[in-house]
Ligand binder design. Structure first.
Ligand code: PMP
Length: 400
């Protein structure tokens, strides 16, 4: 677990050393992940689950080993509970269109929270349009903490599902998932947790959380893009219909009838992102070897240091001040539009994100059209934060 494991951190931007504070958009990849992908293409490139030849067997072993590593990282009861997807977005769409679609009717309700990423809003809106169900919203307070005390009353006998983010990508809030699941389960409402931002920062234990589904995006946790997993409880995965039809998800096909394959193959139609999955396995191994507690401690230290320094900047307001946060800081700076700020900082070599961060309703809550967002990973440094604050001051001076 060290900065030098991540080669892309050495690049220069506008002739300045890169300061990469856009980890919530996508993290950097360690050399071990890059090597795992390269080794697959250079030494074991073959399709999986299909060939009797040795290379296909080797590729299949690496692919399935990745599932085992992810199961270990998430404390899944078995690797069979994990379906490879393109990421959280696909995981949420899969659950919406299979599990939830098969049990929802006109007039039923689905609950999401006010701080969801668009990928945990729009799939539910699509489902509502298809079925006549209704979307309901659990609000957050002005610190960006969910108003859990309202949840019990929000759940009615029409509520069929609840989908909530574990850690917010725009506010940084870590939600009390275990408590939310308990309240929902007391009323027989299954829960999906969007874990895209939680996986790289905090210990995720799907059995302890007792959630029904948990979605992961590989690229936020040092793995390649276009790969992730969705965890599901086995009784759900076995009962729900497939998502996509095609090769691999079948055990027998005739023109009259198709018998589906066992879980998880039932949900993995077509040739998968083999290299991506192998890279994801290597990223899971990297986190397991580093210890998520050590990663969490390092990025919390950066979060606290940056928060303290930012609060001292004249005209700066932090958006999202929950007491439990991952290392994400959204802010506004008086007199400077976030996009201008992002462009100026880029000239200093600093990469931040500006805009609504695919959470328009959450940003709207604060009455601003956009924020700037600095998001840290354990490999960032306090010296980088000092340089960022200096650069912010220079940017502010240009506008006042
Ligand atoms: N949920 C959250 C909280 C996210 O931050 C993101 C990515 N920004 C997503 C879902 C979607 O993830 P992906 O684009 O990897 O599917």
């Amino acid at each position: 677990m060290k900065r030098t494991d991540f080669p892309c951190l050495d690049v220069k931007v506008h002739n300045k050393p890169l300061v990469y504070f856009d980890n919530a958009a996508t993290a950097q990849r360690p050399q071990s992940v890059i090597d795992a992908v390269t080794n697959y293409y250079t030494k074991t490139n073959a399709n999986v689950h299909r060939g009797v030849h040795s290379l296909s067997g080797d590729a299949t072993d690496l692919f399935e080993q990745a599932r085992i590593s992810m199961a270990k990282l998430m404390n899944s009861p078995s690797d069979k509970n994990l379906i490879f997807t393109r990421g959280s977005t696909e995981g949420i769409n899969l659950v919406a269109q299979t599990f939830v679609r098969s049990r929802i009717q006109k007039g039923d309700e689905i609950i999401v929270s006010e701080m969801e990423h668009h990928s945990n809003i729009v799939p539910w809106q699509l489902l509502c349009e298809q079925t006549g169900a209704q979307l309901k919203v659990l609000p957050f307070n002005d610190n960006g903490e969910l108003q859990i005390e309202l949840l019990d009353a929000l759940i009615t006998d029409k509520t069929k599902f609840l989908a909530v983010v574990h850690a917010s990508n725009s506010l940084g809030t870590i939600n009390p998932i275990k408590q939310i699941v308990k309240i929902a389960h007391a009323k027989n409402v299954p829960v999906l947790v969007d874990g895209a931002q939680a996986m790289p920062h905090i210990k995720v234990d799907v059995q302890n959380l007792d959630c029904d589904f948990y979605t992961v995006s590989g690229h936020k946790m040092y793995a390649p893009t276009g790969i992730g997993v969705v965890y599901g409880k086995m009784e759900h995965l076995e009962a729900m219909p497939p998502y996509h039809g095609g090769g691999e998800m079948i055990s027998h096909v005739t023109f009259e009838k198709t018998i589906y394959n066992a879980v998880p193959a039932k949900f993995e139609a077509g040739t998968p992102n083999i290299a991506g999955a192998i890279g994801l396995g290597a990223a899971a191994d990297y986190i397991l070897k580093s210890g998520i507690e050590n990663i969490h401690q390092a990025d919390t230290e950066l979060l606290n240091y940056a928060t303290e320094r930012l609060l001292a900047v004249d005209g700066l307001k932090i958006i999202g001040t929950a007491s439990h946060k991952v290392s994400v800081i959204s802010f506004t700076l008086k007199g400077v539009h976030p996009h201008d700020l992002g462009t100026i900082l880029d000239h200093y070599g600093i990469a931040i994100r500006t805009g609504h961060h695919c959470t328009m309703p959450a940003i709207k809550h604060f009455g601003v059209p956009a924020t700037a967002r600095a998001s840290f990973a354990f490999y960032n440094t306090k010296a980088e934060i000092d340089y960022f604050i200096e650069s912010l001051d220079k940017a502010r001076e240009m506008f006042v």
